[in-house]
Ligand binder design. Structure first.
Ligand code: COA
Length: 164
């Protein structure tokens, strides 16, 4: 059996490593500065570590009454094992405990794995942003779908925990 994943907040010392992972995962990746700004802005940023190696990370922005998932990433060799769903659930839990009543996110319309995950987790498309994602060396210009789901209020509190 694989060792468990430990979930903890993203720390400043993780930034360079996470930004390097991001470059391998996304066609239009966040820069190191984007992650630094997210931490400085107080966004909820979380990593999942297995045996000391970061295998997943996500960023959630909280606003009055709502939240937005800004980043949700699992390294390729750790996918299809439930980590994306677990991370999304954890971000949603943080949002619900902070009092958010709804959660939004944006996703490429061609991103079938992410769309399947979000649909399974109760997100529904509420808008389309045309040509939102600029063309890159490997991907054409593409629309974003804006997805939304209602959140159920939960009691406050979260911390460092593990999951299978
Ligand atoms: C999207 C992503 C986070 C999913 O992470 P993951 O750990 O592989 O997902 P999980 O194992 O938790 O899968 C949960 C559900 O998502 C769906 N799913 C995930 N990967 C899928 C795939 N390749 N094809 C179809 N459905 C998929 C399934 O419904 C799955 O449930 P199941 O395993 O019971 O069938 C991951 O593929 C990733 O990091 N992709 C690159 C970055 C990205 O696109 N992030 C989202 C940007 S909006």
């Amino acid at each position: 059996m694989r060792p468990p994943v430990v979930w903890r907040p993203l720390e400043a010392t993780d930034l360079a490593y996470v930004a390097a992972l991001e470059q391998q995962i996304h066609a239009a990746p966040w820069s190191l500065g984007n992650f630094r700004d997210a931490l400085a802005a107080g966004y909820c940023a979380m990593v999942g570590e297995r045996e000391g190696r970061i295998v997943a990370f996500g960023v959630l922005m909280l606003a009055p009454g709502e939240a937005q998932v800004l980043n949700l990433s699992v390294v390729p060799d750790a996918r299809r094992a439930g980590l994306g769903r677990t991370l999304l659930d954890r971000l949603i839990d943080v949002a619900a405990r902070a009092g958010a009543e709804q959660c939004f996110l944006e996703v490429r319309e061609s991103n079938a794995p992410a769309l399947a995950l979000y649909a399974a987790e109760g997100f529904e498309a509420v808008a389309r942003r045309e040509d939102y994602y600029p063309a890159t060396a490997t991907t054409p210009r593409e629309d974003a779908l804006v997805l939304r789901r209602d959140l159920v209020a939960r009691p406050p509190g979260h911390g460092r925990t593990t999951s299978p």
